[in-house]
Design a protein around this ligand. Structure first.
Ligand code: ADP
Ligand code: 5GP
Length: 204
């Protein structure tokens, strides 16, 4: 790979949080404000929520189709989260990184762990709710889950918050504008320091 191309390589950014932590909202703002960031669209076997569109929010697939894709190694990572399957299609990601685009993954902590293992220079940011009480309020306020799904997500949340301790950065999502600004600052600083490190490597 030429030096110019190598220096242009984009950043792989992982945003995780417990369900209701605000990662989708923050990702949306980051994508709106930073045109170098593109979002990786996952496949899921979960049913679409009201307003969600196939190919925009997720690729909604059957369990059989998902399993066939996993068998063909089509996913960079996949996991069973809150009783549904979710996976990141790999082919598209590499082409975007090579074009210099930063690729954003809005995935759970199991997926984050796998990505970090596979892509050592991935940037992992954990979005932390200010408290468990606030997390519950936000999840209830979103009105997207039935009582059973809500129970599963809340009981999974404590373990997910523990896993967040292994992330490169943790951002508390109290005031949304502050959390978005903090994530943007992390991305900008990481771009700078990685470019510096690559240029240093190139002139050695
Ligand atoms: P996740 O994608 O992590 O499950 P969402 O982004 O869907 O979480 O956020 C859960 C709910 O909380 C949404 O209704 C969203 O509008 C709301 N929310 C997110 N961040 C904040 C915040 N900082 N203050 C108040 N409400 C928020
Ligand atoms: P939701 O059903 O709320 O959209 O997502 C449930 C959880 O699955 C969230 O933590 C979300 O980030 C995660 N998720 C979405 N896509 C993927 C993926 O491709 N891989 C993994 N590991 N988790 C995902």
């Amino acid at each position: 790979m030429s030096t110019a191309r190598k220096n242009k390589r984009g950043l792989l950014i992982v945003l995780s949080s417990p369900s209701g932590g605000g990662k989708t909202t923050i990702a949306h703002e980051l994508l709106r404000k930073d045109k170098n960031v593109v979002r990786s669209i996952s496949c899921t076997t979960r049913k679409p929520r009201a307003g969600e569109k196939n190919g925009k929010d997720y690729f909604f697939v059957t369990v059989a189709k998902f399993k066939a894709m996993a068998a063909k190694k089509s996913f960079l990572e996949w996991a069973k989260v809150h009783q549904n399957f979710y996976g990141t299609p790999g082919h598209w990601v590499e082409s975007q990184l090579n074009k210099g685009k930063d690729v954003l993954f809005v995935i759970d902590v199991q997926g984050g762990k796998i990505i970090k293992h596979k892509v050592a220079d991935a940037l992992l940011v954990f979005i932390q709710p200010p408290s468990f009480k606030v997390l519950k309020q936000r999840l209830l306020g979103r009105q997207s889950e039935d009582a059973e799904a809500l129970k599963v997500r809340l009981s999974d949340a404590r373990g997910e918050i523990k896993e967040g301790k292994h992330y490169d950065y943790r951002v508390i999502n109290d005031r949304l504008s502050h959390a978005v600004a903090e994530v943007r600052k992390i991305v900008k600083n990481e771009r700078k320091s990685r470019l510096k490190a690559r240029l240093k490597g190139a002139v050695k």
